[in-house]
Design a protein around this ligand. Sequence first.
Ligand SMILES: [Zn+2]
Length: 308
Amino acid sequence: MRFDVTTLGTGAALPARGRYPTAQLLNVGEELYLIDCGEGTQERLRQAGVNFNRIRRIFISHLHGDHYLGLMGLLSSMHLQGRTREVHLHGPADLREVVHLQLRVSQTYLRFALHFEAVEPRSGDLVWRDDRTTAHALALRHRIPCTGLVVREHEQPRPLRKDKLALVPPYRRSALKAGEDLVLEDGTVVPNAELTHEPPRPRSYAYCSDTAHAPELVPFLQGVDLLYHEATFTEQLRARAKETMHSTAREAAVMAREAAVGTLLLGHFSSRYKSADVLLREAVEVFPRTLLSSEGATFPVLARYPGA
Ligand SMILES: [Zn+2]
């Protein structure tokens, strides 16, 4: 099943040439999840050739403008396009008021149901569970309440071993795929492990933006396959990072190393860096499997096997 993330915007608060504010699109089996929605996100989605109607959930991490000012524009466009499919909106409690005020003053009555679900930055809280994924919250450290996410796909059924298929009556197949043993007519028990293969390990994606260095999150990030972590500054501006409650590239890499993640993806670059290469160089010294996000680039979430 497809599982990837497209970084639609990689800039920090102030506009920089060629960069856009934060927004990401997760594609899990052709269902779409939008994570943050900075100004201009709908144009970015258009450029990426995305049908807005396939977005089933929108998650807003916090109420700094560079993470949500594109939301009303996107919701309005969905409405104008005649969308009827419901949208789940997850975000800080105050977001409900922000959205409702704007709908009220423009006398807009959405054609689709907008289900608002408040999230609080409490690590481990369930944010959603649907037929594709389960998402849990991360308590990020920022100037205002800010929530990150760990999104996991569900366990896959155990594939049946082709060479043992003849042993298995068709009506028992789904039970075996779910992990049950097979009991033969004479009472003999054939253990599940002899009839099925290990399924692929469920893949996981984590989103940490915006946040100061937060080592207490390491247990919640342990072993995720792809970790997106903000890297607003280099170590040279560590004091500025502390003051504004952001991370340096090195700090992001330390998180990746401590949590033994598969790959680290950096983003939320300060506009002072014309090229983000300086941030990449700093991070790879600590964690070599690091990538830079860029406008419109797509990164697959790849399963690793233990020890890989
Ligand atoms: Zn912020």
